[in-house]
Design a protein around this ligand. Structure first.
Ligand code: KIV
Ligand code: ZN
Length: 519
């Protein structure tokens, strides 16, 4: 493989992805995702935006210390203080990178109210400063795809002369289309002096559903770094999905002869983890990682598949780490078997977590004869640490029917004391949530309540995700149960327990600044 054939994968799940409202991850979750990214062979991990919050700073510093293979990158605005803070965090990495950016399009230039010349000076000053701290500097003209061509060339040239080693071309608002995306990279490679000395990156957003196509078109034109996120997580319609780029390059290597270093068999595992910790479920028909991506339901397809899998399958489920969904466990399976099966699925459990999951596994096995891998994954969505939870569900009963209002009775253990109540509501879930609100008064607003069936059949488990917000702190909770109301209550309590922890720690998830504050 020559340098020309190699495409670097730059993952920004922990920065651009996590920035998406409600996708906030805990510190431990960020470290875990970073370690999965490192293991799967991602070349560069953008671990956060160190100046944005104390939490981001700590996460980037620790990821920098723990990572074995990947370059660890932090984001910084075009300000000396931001760049210093970013360096303080990434400098612990074996291979650190500073990524600094400024919005170069007319609309973005108007925010800090800089003329073209003033902005050019700022780019020179900040990239030079970054390069004095670190050998590996990435520079991005934010909203590049809506920046005047001449000015874009001028700023890219300044950044290269100041020492940038990677130039990233962001399609910040998901506006470009494949042909234009390719032409832009080709134009920069042709016109900008020194362009052949550095790596061009492509960073696309998916507002028009073209992020992956735009990224691949940029690669064909000469970009050699693709910026992406797991599951396409990201603000609005998200970023380019890592799994789509990696698999497209693998499956269509005949017409796109470029290699990545990513081990594609690790895709499903990290996809599930990101869905769980971000609270953003993957849509069923999502390419590569959606639940239906490898399902061949229709009669014609099944017949073809039985004769020859390639009839309707362009890649094998194993290539993305999807093993056949078998009935995996039953009522008599023991704790060791559960631990080992969960490890196969990519979940490493502490003893307390295993104890908690095993109890819930046994309860499930009593109610559901056949336990599938998907059932176990759903159980893991609520793998809380029982010793840390201040609120626990002891028992509940709901009364529902055609005549409202519905009512619920509930007993909770709150800080070691049992408390009970009886409330009504518009439907059983509302009545049950009203019980929680009565027993644990809080002002958090429910932002999202989502229910999915895990498998088929009327005894299927429901997985419930909730997201709530209180004074700028956003938390998510998940649970699964064959009883949808119980799953809902557990998900709500899961989120509330996380909120109590956040309250104790103080601070909010709101970043003091975000990357749009460019002044
Ligand atoms: O979309 C964008 O422009 C960004 C930049 C900060 C690179 O995420
Ligand atoms: Zn972005």
């Amino acid at each position: 493989m020559t340098k020309q054939d190699r495409v670097l994968i730059f993952d920004t799940t922990l920065r651009d992805g996590e920035q998406s409202p409600g996708a906030t991850m805990t510190h431990a979750e960020k470290l875990e995702i970073a370690s999965l990214l490192d293991e799967m062979g991602v070349d560069i991990i953008e671990a956060g935006f160190p100046i944005a919050s104390e939490g981001d700073f700590k996460a980037v510093s620790e990821i920098a210390r723990q990572s074995q293979n990947a370059v660890i990158c932090g984001l910084a605005r075009a300000q000396l203080g931001d760049i210093d803070r970013c360096w303080e965090a990434v400098k612990h990495a074996a291979q650190p990178r500073i990524h600094t950016f400024i919005g170069t399009s007319p609309l973005h230039r108007a925010i800090p109210n800089l003329t073209q010349d003033e902005m050019a000076d700022r780019i020179h000053e900040t990239v030079t400063h970054a390069r004095n701290l670190c050998d590996n500097v990435q520079w991005s003209p934010m909203d590049a795809t809506r920046t005047e061509e001449d000015y874009l060339c001028r700023t890219v040239e300044i950044a290269i002369k100041a020492g940038a080693t990677t130039i990233n071309i962001p399609d910040t608002v998901g506006y470009t289309a494949p042909r234009e995306s390719a032409e832009l990279i080709r134009m920069l490679l042709e016109k900008v002096p020194g362009a052949d000395e550095i790596v061009f990156a492509t960073h696309c957003h998916n507002d028009l559903g073209m992020a992956t196509a735009n990224s691949l078109a940029a690669v064909e034109a000469g970009a050699r770094q693709v910026e992406c996120t797991i599951n396409g997580l990201g603000e609005r319609a998200g970023n380019t999905a890592l799994e789509e780029v990696v698999m497209a390059l693998k499956v269509r290597n005949d017409i796109m002869p470029y290699e990545t270093r990513v081990d594609s068999t690790k895709i499903m595992n990290i996809s599930r983890r990101v869905a769980t910790v971000s609270g953003f479920a993957v849509q069923f028909n999502k390419a590569i990682v959606g639940k239906n991506a490898f399902a061949h339901e229709s009669g014609i397809h099944q017949d073809g598949m039985l004769k020859n899998a390639e009839t309707f399958e362009i890649m094998r489920p194993e290539d993305v780490g999807l093993t056949e969904t078998n009935i995996v466990m039953g009522k008599h399976s023991g704790r060791a078997a559960l631990r080992s099966k969960l490890e196969d699925l990519g979940f490493e459990l502490g003893d307390n977590q295993l104890k908690d999951v095993f109890v819930r596994f046994k309860e499930l096995a009593d109610r559901k004869k056949e336990i599938y891998e998907d059932d176990l994954i759903a159980l893991m969505r609520t793998a809380t640490d029982p010793e840390e939870d201040r609120i626990r569900l002891k028992s509940m009963k709901v009364v529902c029917g055609t005549e409202g209002p519905q009512s619920a009775e509930m007993v909770l253990d709150v800080d070691g004391a049992e408390q009970s109540t009886n409330q009504t509501g518009d439907g059983p879930v509302d009545a049950a949530f009203n019980c929680i609100k009565a027993l644990v008064p809080h002002t958090a607003r429910l932002q999202l309540y989502q229910v999915h069936a895990v498998t088929e059949g009327t005894d299927a488990q429901a997985t419930v995700s909730v997201r709530m917000e209180e004074e700028g702190r956003i938390v998510t909770g998940q649970s699964a149960d064959t009883d949808t109301v119980v799953a809902s209550v557990r998900a709500y309590i899961h989120a509330l327990n996380r909120l109590l922890v956040r309250r104790e720690k103080g601070g909010t998830d709101k970043r003091e600044i975000n990357y749009k504050d460019v002044s």
